[in-house]
Design a protein around this ligand. Sequence first.
Ligand code: AMP
Length: 457
Amino acid sequence: MTDFQSLGLSETLLKAVASEGYTSPTPVQEQSIPPLLEGRDVLGVAQTGTGKTAAFALPVLQIMGRKRPQGKRHIRALILSPTRELAAQIDERFAAYSEHMDIRHRVIFGGVKQNPQVRALQKGLDILVATPGRLLDLIGQGFVDITKVEFFVLDEADRMLDMGFIRDIEKVLKLLPNKRQNLLFSATMPKSIAKLAGSFLNNAVMVDVSPKEMTVDRIEQRIMFLRKADKRRLLVQLIKDERVKCGIVFTRTKHGANRLVKQLDQSNIAAAAIHGNKSQGARTRALAGFKDGSIPILVATDIASRGIDVDGITHVFNYDLPNEPESYVHRIGRTARAGRSGIAYAFCDDTESGYLVGIQQLIGKEIPVESSHPFHFIGAIPKPGQKPGKIKEKSGTKKRPRNQNSNRGRQNSNPRQNNNRSSSGEQSSRSRGGNRSRNNRGNQNSRGNQNNRSNRD
Ligand code: AMP
């Protein structure tokens, strides 16, 4: 196994790495650090959680430490990050790795007052970590000078484009000096990113530790088929049965995240939502509570969750399946970090089976099905030959009619089955927590559905 010494890192940085408790470099570090130390550009296909921050921060610090330019400090390294959370975490990593160096770094992002950021900029900085909006804002006001940048890092480039930052990136690129070293990291490499990379990287070394290769073997994955209306109860049951102390739940929408937090609260589960509509203060509080263990469940949307760097997440729940398959890999990568193991549950309702097809194509395998739960619904399983992508929501599966249990709601689409409905389901919706008889009943229901479905098919 390679060690950090053989990558050519200086004593100072080796000391910093050792005090972080890193014993050996991760693949992205092993492949990126040597070419970066030689002054090459690097194009890294790596997601958060692979150790990519150290992969760029260590060589940048080392090169910066070789020679200090004369005169007042100026920004020598600029790191652009799509979200405030990720930007803050990158800055925090720079703090850790540069502990024994004379380096000033600072993070700037929107949603907070600019004055403290301006003061830090006026004192002089070596490294600036920024989100694009605030950076351009402060450049426009004359507080930031990026004309002497030697290292430009574009982190999470795919997410940057998703979030509509392409124009901002182009503006920043125009302001940078021609002679500089460039790094681009992206979890995925769609054409748009390849094009962007081609526009500013020079003869870059490609480092690919993309999910397909590393599909996170330590993460146990399970898919559970059910109706949308049953998702909340299954989630509550799993959180309680498995005594989840540190879990993250992904919803597709911000509104869905808020609603779920309220519903979990009604089931006596402390949870907090983290998404783009929350104020910076609320996001920071939610993350702090999650990190210190007082809030066991974080409910997040994809964008807000990017870069949440919390070790020890034992459970990831894909409450809604993501419509971009790559997001699934990012999501489950929240667990099993730093060598630990974790479990990722994915809930799939009958409108989401096409998303599951796309996810399984991306990761190149079928996710094991967990059907021994009371809400198993065969109608959500992808059909043979089903194409990836969105399935139209059927009328009748969208909302459960008032005063009707899941059995009723789920069979609205088939009038013949409705005639056969028994009243036993009424009990099932009232009794919470899934006892044995309920489990059995649930499974029988799903078997019943299976038969009905195969009859129909
Ligand atoms: P990143 O992908 O940069 O967000 O890093 C994910 C996590 O891995 C962070 O908590 C780092 O502190 C940690 N980490 C980075 N490099 C190593 C390493 N070589 N060994 C162990 N942990 C690491």
